[in-house]
Write a protein that binds this ligand. Structure first.
Ligand code: UT7
Length: 318
């Protein structure tokens, strides 16, 4: 009997504070018009000083576990994508494990920048499908507001904070149809977050050559959606929903166009969330499942692209 991994619960968390484009325009030379037109963003959520990636992950995870009807005793794998861990070690996944009262299985972080959730999902899928894990918690949680330079208009307008989570369980029916992950380190200098205490850089904040990243992102995502459908012998017309990483509405629009998918079949959260890095896909998925847009049995294509470059996709029958 073929074994699959299936999403049985989702959760999301956005901090209470909202920072609008107009708020940002008070400190750097920009405007709501420029930001909205170039990115699709109007506002983003900002974590409170006492909030951490593990604290946000806990709220999203509890929601996902409740939706799946499982408790801490049922989870035997936690994989968490983040670029803003509470500590370098132990992993934020370990801190989350403790917060949730999970006492069994393994917990570890995945560092794949904005593709962290897709990488984590891909790993969890392998463990669940092979029977090595029964029930995995897959999380993306990011405190981008602490690692952007609020004086740099080229980056501070883009990012926001938040966390999203899914419970992945073994099932006889799909489930996750396939995942595809890739990296190319030759692009490392186009988008990076320094680790100035022990690393090789003097800067402290996210560094990005936005227009270079943009070009590679559009081409790469166009390619990966084709590859993903081809790997499953599926046609574009069979995709019900695109749940993309939310980096820029123009990048999302280009991928939707490639798929010949109207924008009302694309889950877009960027307007009020900005780019929450590895949290953006599980947050969008959670929103569209909870408001009834994504229905059981529908085909959902998720894709992400970010620092590394690292990129990936997952095709699921929800
Ligand atoms: O999630 C990880 C992956 N990240 C991404 O995918 C980000 C991809 N990149 C982008 O989304 C876009 O490149 C940005 C939104 C970051 C920038 O948009 P752009 O259309 O590529 O603008 P640009 O960087 O080419 O800059 C165009 C102009 C420049 O002025 P000049 O040189 O033409 O006079 C910038 O200085 O826009 C200026 N500019 C701004 N103006 C007003 C840059 N940032 C701002 C700003 N407000 N915030």
């Amino acid at each position: 009997m073929t074994r699959y991994a299936r999403i049985t619960g989702t959760g999301g968390y956005l901090p209470a504070e909202v920072k609008t484009n107009d708020d940002i325009a008070q400190t750097v030379d920009t405007s709501d018009e420029w930001i909205f037109e170039r990115t699709g963003i109007r506002s983003r959520h900002i974590a409170a000083p006492d909030e951490t990636a593990s604290a946000m992950a806990e709220i999203a995870s509890r929601q996902a576990m409740e939706a799946a009807g499982v408790g801490p005793e049922d989870i035997d794998l936690i994989i968490l994508g983040t670029s803003t861990p509470d500590r370098i070690f132990p992993s934020t996944a370990c801190l989350l494990q403790q917060r949730l009262g999970v006492r069994q299985g393994a917990a570890f972080d995945v560092q794949a920048a904005c593709s962290g959730f897709i990488f984590a999902l891909s790993i969890a899928d392998q463990y669940v499908r092979t029977g090595t894990a029964k029930r995995a918690l897959v999380v993306g949680s990011e405190l981008n507001s602490r690692v952007v330079d609020w004086n740099d208009r080229a980056t501070c307008i883009l990012f926001g904070d938040g966390a999203g989570a899914v419970v992945l369980e073994a099932a006889e029916q799909p489930g996750i149809l396939s995942t595809h992950i890739h990296s190319d380190g030759q692009f490392q200098d186009l988008l990076y977050l320094p680790n100035s205490d022990v690393g090789i850089d003097d800067e402290r904040y996210i560094q990005m050559q936005g227009n270079e990243v943009f070009k590679v992102a559009v081409n790469t995502l166009g390619r990966i959606v084709d590859d993903t459908l081809a790997a499953n012998g599926m046609d574009k017309s069979e995709v019900d929903w695109l749940v993309p990483h939310q980096a820029n509405i123009r990048i999302i629009g280009a991928t939707a166009k490639k798929l010949k998918l109207p924008m009302d079949r694309v889950v877009v959260t960027i307007e009020n969330q900005g780019n929450t890095s590895s949290a953006s896909i599980p947050l969008a998925l959670n929103e569209a499942i909870r408001d009834g847009r994504i229905q059981r049995g529908q085909v959902v294509l998720m894709e992400a692209f970010g620092g590394g470059f690292a990129w990936g996709s997952a095709l699921i029958r929800y």
